[in-house]
Structure formats: structure tokens, C-alpha cells
Design a protein around this ligand. Structure first.
Ligand code: SF4
Length: 350
């Protein structure tokens, strides 16, 4: 039996996986989400994931047309405070080096800062993904004190009208203000842009705007056909030509901002991710607000429940699940018939 590695060792493996990730992207049509382990580390030997993507709540003030989580109201069975901190203690005990919080809108969670403080107190890297609408001066200062690895603010347009057309009930000025407040406090701030038919034409202006704001980087890629994005696919999905122009522009902007700001884009979609993950599962898990643990975003399979099982046991289930005929067969069906991605939020056990 291999022992659980310490935090430093796991952090090193995580970093190596990110280097590997960059090589894989070029060689294998690899994948940006999750943690890639191909040759260097045996996935089966890991006693815990290296990365936790945690949707801490389902509540959101917005109703974005492309929301993968179909966020809006809270789930009736979300983890309570005791369950949350029991889970977090396991993250600490298993020396998991990196956690990303999202929602819903994570800043609407009543324990948001307590969760962040706990994670940072144990020297675990923390990224938070937010729509930015609840970042005020006081919260920006608090975030700066906690020294997050980064805060990613969603900005889906270089103009208010474009952003707000996609992000229903959204306020572009608030997202911009969030970036300004965070940057002023020295927080590593990044912008995430999801291309759709509504906004893809604004990518050049958006990147230039990001630079003028002083963000660390802009992250983008193809829209994921999950949740509300799957429901609204026909009105949202850019055409092949629009994507071609988009990636050509991005290529140009990468060169233009080289050494000044990171422009990162991932040119593959969730179907390509799924193909890759069947061969190389990620060393990460996706935790839902109710404690259920999903195998991967595009598939509906649940491999554990943090309210009932330990994270270590769920991790073993996760590793086995990727080899189960039921999972492999359904994943192949989805690859052949991408419309089935619309079922990704209709959870079922493996
Ligand atoms: S802000 Fe994020 S979580 Fe909220 S509806 Fe939009 S995409 Fe979903």
C-alpha cells in the first residue's frame, strides 16, 4: 500500500501535471480541465485527487443562457456547515494541494469566507470563479489578505449590452468594477470569456479591455454543451467559420500580448475532452453543492456522496468507475451523439 503523500509532494505532482498538460495539448489534442496524468504518475497509485472543483452552492443572482450548472435557486439538500467542514478536513488530511470554488455564485454562500479561510489556513491553493457582482471594497481587501491563487471573473462582452444579453440580470459595470477593486488590492485577477453567437465578435476588444484593466490573463475556449448551454445550443453555438476567425484572432492576441498579459485559449470541446478522459481520467473530482461527487462535467454519473462516504472511499470509486462498462458505453454513445450531453445534469449512480 502506498501511503498518502504529503502536501508538498502532492503539490509537486500537481505542478508536473500542469507541465505535462501543456505538452499533451500539443501532442494529443489533450485537455485543459482537470489534472492530466499520462506517463509520469500512475493514476491508480494516487490515494487522493490532486484537485477539487467544488460548486459550493446552486444559488445565483443571474440566469445566464449558457450556464452549465443551470444555477438559480438553492438545492434543497445542499451540504450544511458541519458537512462542509467535515469534507474540508478530509481535503486537508489527504493533502490535496488545490481547490477551485464556483457555484452558482460562490459569494452568495453564507459560509464563503469561512470556507476560504479554512482552505488558506491549511496552505491549500485556492481559485474562486465568480460573476463579480458581490465584490465590493471590503471583500476585495479580505480576498487579498487570504492570498488566493486567483479570482476568475466572468466577462462575456466588451460592452454592457453584449454581456447582459447573455448573462440575464447581469451587470457588466459590476463585473468591471470587481476586476478593478481586486486588481487595486493586488489580487491575481483573471477574466473568463465564453464565446457564443452573441459575443464572439467582441473578442479583440474584450482582450484589449482586459489589458487596460490590468488583469493577469484572459481565459477562453469553446462553449461547453452542458446544462442551459445544451438547452440553448442552437442559438448559442458559434458556426465553424466564427470559431475559425475567433481562434485566428486569439492567436494574434497571444503574440501581441506576449510577456504583458496571458491570453490562454483551449481550442477543443467537451466531446474531445471526453475522448481523452476515457484514456486518461483526470486526477480531480467535481463536488456538487449537495455533496454528490460527479465523475466529470459532461457525463451524468455520480461516484459518491460526501454526506455518506469518505472522500478517500469516493476517490477509489472514482478510479474504478472509469473502467465500468456502463460508463464507457455511455461515454462512447455521447461521443457519437453529442445531443446526449443535455443529460449531463440528470445525475445517476455509476
Ligand atoms: S453567473 Fe455563473 S453560475 Fe450564475 S447563472 Fe451565470 S454562469 Fe451560471
Amino acid at each position: 500500500m502506498n501511503p498518502v503523500r504529503n502536501l508538498k509532494e502532492n503539490r509537486k505532482i500537481y505542478r508536473e501535471s500542469q507541465v505535462l498538460l501543456n505538452k499533451v495539448k500539443i501532442k494529443d489534442n489533450g485537455i485543459s480541465n482537470g489534472v492530466n496524468l499520462t506517463n509520469s504518475i500512475n493514476f491508480q497509485d494516487l490515494k487522493a485527487p490532486l484537485f477539487i472543483a467544488w460548486q459550493i452552492n446552486a444559488e445565483c443572482n443571474l440566469g445566464c443562457l449558457h450556464c452549465c450548472e443551470e444555477a438559480g435557486g438553492s438545492m434543497p439538500d445542499e451540504m450544511n456547515k458541519e458537512e462542509i467542514f467535515r469534507f474540508l478536513q478530509q481535503v486537508v488530511d489527504l493533502n490535496i494541494p488545490y481547490v477551485a470554488l464556483s457555484g452558482g455564485e460562490p459569494l452568495l454562500h453564507s459560509c464563503f469566507f469561512e470556507i476560504c479561510e479554512f482552505i488558506r489556513k491549511h496552505n491549500i491553493s485556492l481559485k474562486v470563479e465568480t460573476n463579480g457582482e458581490f465584490i465590493n471594497e471590503e471583500r476585495a481587501k479580505k480576498i487579498a489578505q487570504l492570498r488566493f491563487r486567483s479570482v476568475q471573473v466572468s466577462l462575456d462582452g466588451a460592452t454592457a449590452s453584449t454581456h447582459e444579453r447573455l448573462r440575464l440580470r447581469g451587470n457588466w459595470n459590476k463585473a468591471i468594477s470587481a476586476c478593478q477593486l481586486l486588481i487595486r488590492e493586488g489580487v491575481n485577477t483573471e477574466i473568463v470569456f465564453v464565446p457564443t453567437k452573441f459575443n464572439i465578435h467582441e473578442i479583440t476588444n474584450l482582450i484589449d479591455l482586459a489589458y487596460s484593466l490590468g488583469v493577469l490573463g484572459v481565459y477562453t475556449g469553446k462553449i461547453m454543451r452542458i446544462g442551459r448551454a445544451a438547452q440553448n445550443w442552437d442559438i448559442l453555438c458559434p458556426s465553424d467559420q466564427e470559431y475559425k476567425d475567433f481562434f485566428a484572432t486569439l492567436n494574434d492576441r497571444v503574440t501581441h500580448y506576449d510577456g504583458k498579459m496571458k491570453v490562454y485559449y483551449y481550442p477543443y470541446d467537451v466531446i474531445e475532452e471526453l475522448k481523452y478522459r476515457l484514456k486518461y481520467p483526470s486526477a480531480s473530482v467535481l463536488v456538487l453543492p449537495n455533496g454528490k461527487v460527479k465523475l466529470i462535467g459532461p457525463l451524468p454519473f455520480i461516484c459518491g456522496d460526501l454526506k455518506k462516504e469518505s472522500l478517500a472511499k469516493i476517490w477509489e470509486n472514482y478510479k474504478r468507475a472509469w473502467r465500468k462498462p456502463k460508463v464507457v458505453a455511455f461515454a462512447k454513445k455521447v461521443i457519437a451523439e453529442p445531443k446526449l450531453l443535455a443529460e449531463s445534469n440528470k445525475w445517476r449512480g455509476v
